[in-house]
Write a protein that binds this ligand. Sequence first.
Ligand SMILES: [Ca+2]
Ligand SMILES: [Ca+2]
Length: 633
Amino acid sequence: MKKLLFFLLVLTFYTPLLFSQTIYVNHAATGSNDGSSWQNAYQNLTTALTAAHANTAISQIWVAKGTYYPSTTNNRDHFFNIRRNNLQVYGGFAGTETDLTQRNAVVHPTILSGNIGSTASNSDNSYHIMVIELNPSNPQSIDNSLVIDGFTFSEGNANAGSVFNSLYPRYTGSSIFISCNFNSINITPLIRNCIFADNRAFSSGALTYYGISAGSNALSIEQCTFQNNYAGYSGAAIDIMQLDAAGYGVPGVFSVAVEKCSFLGNAVDNYSQGGANGGVGAGINTFGQGTLRVNNTTFINNTIGPSTSFAGTYKGTAVSVRNGGNTTIVNSLAYANNNYIPFYNIQSTLTFVNTSVYNPGSSALDLNNPVANNIYNSILWTDNSTANIIAVSNGSPTINIENSILNATRQGSITGSNIITTNPAFTNPASGDFSLQPGSPAINSGNGTLYNNSIYGNGDLEGNHRIAQTSIDIGAYESNSTALPVMFGVLSAAIRNAQLLVNWSTESEVNNDHFDIEISADGKQFKTITTVKSKALNGNSVTSINYIFNSSISGWYVLQMGTLSLLLLALTAPLRRKKVIVLLFIIGAASILSCSKGDTPATDKQSRLYLRIAQIDKDGKKEYSKTVTVVNQ
Ligand SMILES: [Ca+2]
Ligand SMILES: [Ca+2]
């Protein structure tokens, strides 16, 4: 009976793995230039992208070091165009690698440059370096399986007020413009290990999101650096727009996750439009309904300028949230050497969790009729004893503060408990060291229940254990802590085309042995479904390593998520229970598979599965990643 069940299971659910193919790009390649190998690589990325759109079996594009331009004819409206899912585009290769783990994008930068035309001038540069969009003639969901990883985007210049071809505004998204093209369909790529430097926009955005995020999908921006970008209105580095709220009439909201990023010296002013609301969000600006989570990220010396002669708001050099969004800032740090206020909340919800904000001369946060503002386990500090650490420019907001350190001078009505008003004793603010001196009132003064490990991860801003000694500390850094043995980077999981796909990366590994992939139907009780060995040499690595687990069991696409969880239980349950569950699973699957061809597959997008990764040291110690929802596609 056991053998029969196993046979049935294999017979019913085995289908071959999807064929996948990698093509290569190297501007210096001298072979046949058909993209088939490094030797025969395409010489430009545009050709490779055209090939990948003609042939969906192409799943990866590897691009060697060097500089690539979106136009060979100096046409400012040309851009690298991506309109499909299930594609990973990697830069940062020397041009000899055979495995992704051999890549070092820092040593071998692949630059996507908007500096076409005269190299001495930016006025003739590309309006957009890359456009990721839903295909206007056949829009279909794009999710985190579209990966842009390991590129430097520089010198895009979206400096005009017009719109090209009714779809591409020449005033925003100078590096990457992500657009749903007026369709209420999910578009949430993953942008990872990229640098955005010296890009400019008339209105907003080195990276601009005119997109819809459906279900648990989120535009993910991870381990990226945004440096010296400029915009004449809002969101110099990242601008996020809910199209419905902006008058485009496209229903849907945004969901964006920014993790382990740096925002350095970005600037915004009110040059393009004037009026009261410009000059906001030099790091990130959101407009309208949606969710933004910023994790383990630094905002340093972002500012207003160069022109401040236009009337404007001039707030939110780190982040501004406008018109209804819900933003959470976690394990992050913002400090400035100017007096512009780093955070600005207009009619939105903003929550700080274990975040440190230091503005020596002025306020940390300005509130303009906020929906809500919560400050948990966080430090907001100024050295100016007469400045309001929280300023209210409009309305009579209530601010909920728990276990946090703030100057005593502030506006708004305060609720909450355990509010400390003594100096947090940063180690050395002048040199950018915002860890805590011994004896700091922040040490062990946080409330652990305000910190959600499974969403925020278990590392502080430094990559040390988030909780050490008796309790979690207040602020972005945990004192007396030790380094995490594995610093997790990205983690995403999806069921797609009859396969369970899990992608994760590590930024560093120490003495790591293996990973267990664990899955749960309720987010509480987890089962291990497989084990993956560390790729790091002897379990140690200081560079990022990517891991992919791709289940070979197919047929799941016709199943409800609940049935899938039965299968997963079956894979892990004791033998007797396993027989029963496998039988139930097969009966359920067979009944669904027996549907006529015209029936819609019985997927249930409301059901949830949760996934996390346990990392096990060579000495048996275990640490967990954050938990993600398995996206059913
Ligand atoms: Ca130029
Ligand atoms: Ca502690």
